[in-house]
Design a binder for this molecule. Structure first.
Ligand SMILES: Cc1ncc(COP(=O)(O)O)c(C=O)c1O
Length: 392
């Protein structure tokens, strides 16, 4: 099953010059990430078999399961946000510059004092915050919804963080993390922006841009993009907005066509486009999906205006497409988890689902098309991954 909407708000040349878009002018993310221990660009892999089966020219996937050894792209956002947070504090306190080297200098950190960072997560962002805190020898408290699988809890605890389970959804965890941060003097590193809390999530979004920047000499060329369609999966939308702003700022109206993929039961962006009259609203679905990383109901206020201006097609898919995509990735040697495979899931739906025949035609995908996907995670729930891939 799927649902889609061509974006009636789409702008060929979005105007992102206003103050609320200032963060899009940040440009030190790539240099920062390159300075981190263990940094390596993740592989970009061509999948000719999948392209052949779908009748398109090329499918490329950026495999983020290799990112910093934590099996998902998310450390790019949390590390950059915490870097900027510390930089602000240092420069405010000592009126002296703080750069990438300061971030890994124990003497600098000692002078700054100690911090407890907190965040809500359905898995990967929490692990990324915990991973960064551990690197800096600081503490982290991570809030997770009650339907979280044990493997995701364990991987966050393995980074030394405290995990608190909340009886509710991801969005309830976001509220609790914000409240607890205020009460306990912790520092919230959320990946989603809400009224009164915009700066840190904007830095998280900035951080994700590194993965698109890494491809600059391969498919993102000065003379024009070597791809025609980019599929961007959305939970709170920070990842999709990082990709959408990267391509829009780089190529303007000549950008590849951008397609936003969401779970059918947690389609906050598609529902906002369809029913929000130009404003973000909470997803109307049941908030039940195997694509755990995308099981977020409320769009991030930092991501919303970017996606509203630049996404061509919003597409929501059922879990069976994600399972199929995981198997197809596995057959091509890419280990991709439920949310990780959702971009391919949306591509499979677009190319195969009879209900999408008109959408296929209207967007113009076909034998000459080159498609970029991002597998945003590996097997973050290994047991379920094996079950799905083996088709048990
Ligand atoms: C694997 C994976 N892919 C994609 C996303 C979506 O990112 P965002 O919440 O920024 O939309 C997430 C979010 O947790 C994720 O874990």
């Amino acid at each position: 099953m799927c649902r889609y909407t061509f974006n009636p708000f789409l702008k060929q040349n979005p105007d992102w010059t206003g103050k609320s878009f200032d963060f899009l002018r940040n440009s030190d993310m790539f240099e920062f990430h390159k300075s981190l221990e263990g940094y390596e660009a993740t592989p970009l892999v061509s999948l000719p078999k999948i392209a052949d089966t779908l009748g398109i020219k090329a499918v490329l996937v950026k495999d983020e399961s290799f990112r910093f050894g934590i099996n998902a792209f998310k450390a790019l956002g949390a590390s950059y946000a915490i870097y900027r947070f510390l930089k602000d504090r240092w420069e405010g306190q000592f009126a002296a510059p703080f750069n990438e080297r300061s971030f890994s200098d124990p003497a600098v950190l000692e002078k700054l004092g100690s911090f407890t960072f907190c965040a809500a997560t359905d898995g990967n962002h929490g692990r990324a915050v915990a991973w960064t805190a551990k690197k800096l020898k600081q503490s982290a408290v991570i809030f997770m919804p009650s339907d979280t699988v044990q493997a995701r809890i364990d991987s966050i605890r393995s980074e030394g963080a405290e995990v608190l389970i909340i009886d509710g959804t991801f969005d309830d965890c976001v509220r609790t993390a914000g409240q607890q941060a205020k009460e306990k003097g912790w520092f919230e590193i959320a990946d989603t922006a809400y009224e009164g809390y915009m700066t840190i999530p904007s830095w998280v979004l900035n951080g994700y841009s590194t993965l698109f920047r890494e491809m600059e000499n391969e498919i993102n060329l000065n003379e024009g993009p070597q791809i025609d369609f980019v599929f961007l999966q959305a939970g709170v939308g920070a990842f999709a907005a990082a990709g959408a702003s990267y391509y829009t700022q780089r190529y303007g109206k000549h950008r590849p066509k951008l397609i936003c993929a969401e779970p059918l039961e947690a389609a906050g962006f598609l529902d906002s486009i369809d029913f929000g009259e130009g404003s973000p609203i909470a997803a109307k679905g049941k908030m039940e999906t195997i694509m755990a990383g995308l099981n977020c109901g409320i769009p991030s206020l930092a991501a919303w205006p970017i996606l509203k201006d630049s996404i061509e097609l919003f597409l929501a898919i059922s879990d069976d497409y994600a399972e199929d995509a995981m198997r197809q990735f596995a057959a091509s040697g890419v280990i991709s988890g439920e949310a990780g495979a959702s971009g391919l899931a949306a591509l499979l739906a677009l190319m195969k689902d009879p209900a999408l025949a008109d959408a296929r035609k209207k967007i113009g995908i076909g034998e000459h098309s080159r498609v970029l996907l991002v597998s945003t995670e590996g097997d973050t729930d290994p047991e379920n991954y094996q079950k799905i891939v083996r088709n048990d």
